[in-house]
Design a protein around this ligand. Sequence first.
Ligand SMILES: NC(=O)c1ccc[n+]([C@@H]2O[C@H](COP(=O)([O-])OP(=O)(O)OC[C@H]3O[C@@H](n4cnc5c(N)ncnc54)[C@H](OP(=O)(O)O)[C@@H]3O)[C@@H](O)[C@H]2O)c1
Length: 246
Amino acid sequence: MKILITGASSGIGEALARLYATKDNELFLLARREERLQELQNELAPLTKKTEIIVCDVADFDKLQRKMRELLDVDVVILNAGISLGHSLEITPFTEFKKLYDVNVLSNHAILEVLLPKFLEKKSGKIVFISSLASLLSMPSSKVYSSSKRALNAYAEGLRYKYKNDGIKVVNILPGFIKSEMTDKNSFKMPFLLSTEAGAKRIYDAIEWEKRFYPFPLRFYCIIKLLNLLPQFLRDKIINSLIKRT
Ligand SMILES: NC(=O)c1ccc[n+]([C@@H]2O[C@H](COP(=O)([O-])OP(=O)(O)OC[C@H]3O[C@@H](n4cnc5c(N)ncnc54)[C@H](OP(=O)(O)O)[C@@H]3O)[C@@H](O)[C@H]2O)c1
């Protein structure tokens, strides 16, 4: 299989690359940090059919689409590159808001605009979104990040319905907290935090099982789901009291 992973230079993407490193697979690992990608390529090339790196800022849409056109064939694309803004209660500067949306949302369509016609032509392909449980509950300090991941959910859902008869699978993964460079910056207590490897394995299995919508860990998801089932006034009361305590 030919697998493209964005955001492969650290955290979940790097751990996923290791899980996909078998003799049957060709890996295409994309991120900005060339040295990190090269180290990973040196480690994984002997274990895989081929490991290529693509050094690219996903917010540089022209370069990103050029790189995608150069890829002759891909079977699975894992849209994992993402950023958070840190947890701030200040008014988000417009440039930071835009950067987050460029990376977390628009870059995925820049990639798919090129890859989707190829998937349609061969009537197969798997598109994997790495959304977040944060998409289901927006807190004041993470509203921009949460909104970007909620946008991904809607986009993934629409794509799944659109291409259901075209051999294209759309998998949307909503992880809770997983140890990574992103979560290392968080100073608050992260409930149900998983190790990078455990989190990546859950994601890997969900991709193999072609889960349409895969929120995890289950206990964390159930708490959020229950909150979302409450009448709005009660949900707001509980969430406002949580916010006061943090
Ligand atoms: N960790 C969690 O608890 C958690 C939970 C839910 C969802 N997620 C999602 O999981 C994904 C991976 O995050 P992570 O936790 O593994 O964090 P991470 O270790 O910070 O990894 C983020 C990856 O994205 C890449 N990236 C960031 N900006 C980029 C850009 N402009 N162009 C190209 N690549 C870029 C980074 O590579 P370079 O810096 O080298 O470019 C890095 O490889 C993100 O989409 C995140 O929102 C994480």
